[in-house]
Design a protein around this ligand. Structure first.
Ligand SMILES: [Zn+2]
Ligand SMILES: [Zn+2]
Length: 372
């Protein structure tokens, strides 16, 4: 439980009583992304999903149905023992879609796993746990239990890539796609752009991302750019022959990347902004370029249900080497290590994807550096 910024503590709660419409999930793995770090730091601006502390974090859950009510069993088409991927947001329970038991069409959103006040019964609203409550308005999909949990749980970042690098910008065969940032979502964006038939895919990263950039090539990137040693804009323009129709910014805490994205985008280009900047503003944004080039700049926070379900299909297809992207499975007791590792605060540790896996063996990760 995150009791206040930078303070995760182990707590025990009573096992919820499950009724006819809800369920209980035994967590197999919970993915971690940049927003977990921001939540941990207390660096998130108040928005509709914002919850004050205390909260059980974890919004990317994968697990096995531990207990389920009779109605829920029928509606979700799953039963005890089935592995399911769970969407972060759950329905409001009051709108027309929810009253028809179609929470995937709910536009109001009842809440988000990992961001729901722990004082709201029955308390187990987050994936950093052994058990998580499943609201009647949960959106979930069965997943092949043979896939290792750390890989299966990548349905979440892959869904983001499919949304941000393909469906949102409408990527097609004529498009050059530039992905800024080589984290898990950047790499998933490469897969998505390739799958959408992009003409050329270029990805940027830092010097310490050399391995991630090599992996990006394996996943379908045509070229990689080191954002620390190269002039990103000049180098990308050179490689692409003038710029890109689609630019996806996944870089965290780097507001100037939006300036780069605008400079890289060609006329009528689509810029998708996804990497949160810890509330830091971009400076000297070239507004006139946005107008002259008639750019579309689109912020994205989550992704539609269709992309989540498609991501599950793609992982189950076995067509891509997702196992190479999964770096660590860490036990619950190392949740804090997981967050620091993902944030690049542990010297020599630069994981692509990691997940919290209850009961996993401890991993020696070294000391956290507090400088960064
Ligand atoms: Zn996430
Ligand atoms: Zn609703």
């Amino acid at each position: 439980m995150l009791v206040k910024p930078k303070t995760l503590e182990a707590r025990e709660f009573a096992r919820p009583t499950i009724g006819p419409d809800d369920g209980l999930l035994r967590i197999e793995a919970c993915g971690i992304c940049g927003s977990d770090y921001e939540q941990y730091e207390g660096a998130q601006p108040p928005h509709e999903d914002y919850t004050p502390f205390p909260v059980i974090p974890g919004h990317e859950p994968l697990g096995v149905i531990e207990e389920i009510g009779a109605n829920a069993r029928q509606r979700w088409g799953v039963r005890e023992g089935d592995r399911v991927a769970v969407r972060s947001g759950y329905g409001c329970g009051r709108c027309e879609a929810c009253s028809r038991w179609e929470p995937r069409l709910c536009r109001k959103r009842g809440g988000t796993y990992g961001y729901t006040d722990v004082n709201k019964p029955p308390q187990l609203w987050g994936g950093y746990a052994e058990l998580m409550y499943l609201s009647p308005y949960t959106v979930l999909k069965k997943m092949d239990p043979k896939i290792p949990a750390g890989v299966a749980v990548m349905f979440n970042p892959l869904a983001a890539g499919l949304s941000w690098a393909a469906s949102v910008p409408g990527t097609g065969p004529g498009d050059r796609v530039v992905v800024l940032g080589a984290g898990q979502r950047g790499l998933c964006s490469v897969i998505a752009a390739r799958a959408a038939g992009a003409k050329q895919v270029v990805i940027t990263g830092l010097s310490r991302d050399a391995q991630k950039l090599a992996l990006a090539r394996e996943l379908g990137a045509d070229a990689t750019v080191n954002a620390e040693t190269d002039d990103v804009v000049a180098r990308v323009r050179e490689i692409t022959g003038g710029g890109a129709e689609v630019v996806v910014d996944t870089t965290p805490y780097a507001p100037q990347s939006l300036n780069h994205a605008i400079a890289i985008a060609v006329r009528k280009g689509r810029v998708v902004v996804a990497g949160l900047k810890g509330m830091r503003p971009a400076r000297e944004l070239p507004v006139d370029d946005v107008i002259y080039k008639e750019l579309t700049i689109r912020g994205v926070l989550s992704m539609p249900v269709d992309d989540t379900f498609r991501a599950i299909d793609i992982i189950e297809s076995g067509r891509y080497p997702f196992a190479k992207m999964h770096t660590y499975s860490l036990p619950l007791e190392q949740a804090e290590d997981a967050i620091h590792a993902l944030a690049g605060q542990i010297p020599g540790v630069n994981p692509v994807h990691l997940a919290i896996v209850p009961g996993a063996p401890r991993v020696a990760l070294g000391q956290v550096s507090r400088e960064s």
